[in-house]
Design a binder for this molecule. Structure first.
Ligand code: PAF
Length: 279
């Protein structure tokens, strides 16, 4: 595995690795790699000829006062895990390489980027779309892999790819969970043991809504709120049943995605599950 830190070195390395018919897979990450990331890397490894992982804690997707400074940074461990998983190139740029002096452009993905997570975290999705667009231009992947835990992020990236005609296929993989159902997230590292127990309420809210709502989105929202507001140490942000593509009202008879966000202590957690069928 080659560790690459500059855009020019990356271009050079990929030009040599890219040959006609060889597919390049990209797994964009902010590091603190866990099993969810490793599942994406394994998929890229299995389906592509060249596997690139980017590790970059992107400052523009954190709102002022969020956890940019304390976000877990474990480069040594991440590189060991990436190497063991068969990654060919780890792209680990410093901030100036992703935002060169004078960089001023931001990619805004319309209303989809302003609702739910976008409303609670102003500027978040513009930061995500901007850095992902730059990664797509630097790596020029055939396929880019994202985890379904960040369902709205996936929808934003798909919208951007369609609107700006990026020649990349977006592939997703299911959320990876701990044995008690908690969705794996780099931010779980912030949780104390008692917060960790409280955090499982997100999974319980989703699974109870699935099993008790009879497939009714309105009832599902009520059940999720009931479960989450019963937790004294959890602050509910939203618990909604939405259309999985646009994140607005579900279409009559169409698929419904349950999405939840809550703070446990100072840690903001999100999760989601389909109301019916494959979770
Ligand atoms: O999901 C993440 O880790 C980040 O939002 C991403 C896609 C790597 C962009 O910084």
């Amino acid at each position: 595995m080659r560790v690459v830190r500059t855009a020019s070195e990356l271009a050079e390395m990929l030009a040599a690795a890219r040959a006609p018919g060889r597919r390049v897979g990209l797994v964009p990450t902010m590091g603190a790699l866990h099993e969810g990331h490793l599942a994406l890397i394994r998929a890229a490894r299995a389906e592509c000829d060249v596997c690139v992982v980017s590790i970059f804690v992107n400052p523009t997707q954190f709102a002022p006062g969020e956890d940019y400074e304390r976000y877990p940074r474990r480069e040594g461990d991440d590189l060991r895990a990436a190497r063991a998983a068969g990654v060919d190139f780890a792209f680990v740029p410093p901030v100036e390489e992703m935002y060169p002096p004078g960089a001023a452009t931001r990619v805004h993905v319309g209303e989809l980027g302003e609702i739910l997570e976008g409303a609670s975290r102003p500027g978040h999705f513009a930061g995500v779309a901007t850095v992902v667009a730059r990664l797509f231009n630097l790596v020029r992947p055939d396929v880019a892999y994202f985890g379904r835990k960040d369902a709205q992020q996936v929808a934003v990236v798909r919208r951007m790819v369609a609107d700006l005609a990026f020649p990349v296929t977006i592939a997703t993989r299911p959320t990876v969970r701990d044995r008690d159902g908690l969705a794996l997230s780099s931010r779980n590292a912030y949780l104390s043991p008692s917060e960790r127990r409280t955090a499982t309420a997100l999974y319980r809210a989703l699974t109870e809504a699935r099993s008790r709502s009879g497939g009714d989105p309105v009832r599902a929202e009520a059940i999720m709120r009931e479960v989450l507001t019963a937790e004294p140490n959890l602050q509910l942000d939203y618990a909604r049943a939405v259309d999985p593509d646009g994140f607005g009202e579900p279409r009559p008879g169409g698929p419904v995605l349950l999405v939840v966000a809550a703070c446990v202590g100072r840690t903001r957690l999100i999760d989601n599950m389909m109301l019916e069928g494959e979770p």
